[in-house]
Design a protein around this ligand. Sequence first.
Ligand code: 1CP
Length: 356
Amino acid sequence: MPESVPSTLGGSRFLDALHGTNQTGRPPIWMMRQAGRYLPEYRAIRDEAERKHNGFLTMIQTPELATEVTLQPLRRFGMDAAILFSDILVTASALGCPVRFVEKQGPVFDTPIRSPEALAALRPASEAVADLDYVMAAIRMLKGVLTVPLIGFAGAPFTVASYMIEGQSSSTLSRIKRMQYEQPAVLHGLLSQLTEVTIAYLKQQVDAGVDALQLFDTWTNHLSVYDAQQLCFPYIQTIITAMKAYTSIPIIVFCKNTGVLWPDVLATGPTAISLDWGCDAATMRACIPDTIAVQGNIDPFLLYANPPVIEKRVKTLLNDLGDLPNYIVNLGHGIMPDIPVSHVQTVVDTVKAWGS
Ligand code: 1CP
């Protein structure tokens, strides 16, 4: 078992909070989708990449661009952690189910997986992961310049499979839900193959130097508890068990409907649970054992409010949880593309000023 990469980040409040030992007087802060369209400097790079060819994919596949975009929110706001600029759907592409990102529409799969033949045509996980070397190059480049911890990530099998089966973003996930009844072997075969590639991919990210990992199972809120227990958590648990045997670095699990699903998330064995905004963070903190860190859960849509309203609501959250050694401030989901930059600044300023 390789040692986790030695941390040059002594005194990192983000890693300390994950380990339950943050004593720095305020909680760490980072935000999901902290790099993205709401930042003018992101749009400048995105537009240039778009003019050349297939903008978003070029950005994530070019280590210099991925590094630059990862650094943008850190320069502007001084976040306490960086998250690698990439996407959860790269594992699908690596398996041989290519994704395109279409402006104003999102991810599109031209050859979705809807039959045993399509599943059988996918590449084996061991081969697929070799395709993701560009991600490792970006991680190594980032580790050369970062002064805060770097979060690596992957999509959890259910959420990635939902795009591979639906072919695009869907408000109902009808196809994957039908497949559960009509072709269960295809669905579980795909989830197993994604589990395998995700483990290999995360191990490579650890070897390349990430300091923490986050698994995104964004669309668990579409499922009944029973179905989430069939389609999501067994696969997440397999990934976490494999990663814990490989590395001691912390693993955060983000899913939606955590107010209901948290006991199932807890049972998968993560270091931290990232809460969506549908639950009360203080109530959740009281339910979840102290050995598990909690991250979240500012309503991403609160960032449409005026700064004084944002400040008041963030202070309420801080008054509830800010003193705890095992709490990380984040949103309950990603930043929306039309959020004013100054409103993100208000959140960060409020957290940094708190307690001082
Ligand atoms: O410029 C653009 O139009 C690209 C928009 C974009 C961005 C900025 C996409 C396409 N992906 C990303 C980056 C991204 N995606 C990150 C980078 C790091 C950061 O947070 O700053 C991460 C962690 C993701 C993860 C991701 N991609 C998730 C899980 C978390 C979440 O936000 O829900 C999901 C579901 C995706 C799929 C995806 N990729 C892109 C879009 C627009 C979407 C969502 C589409 C949908 O709502 O169905």
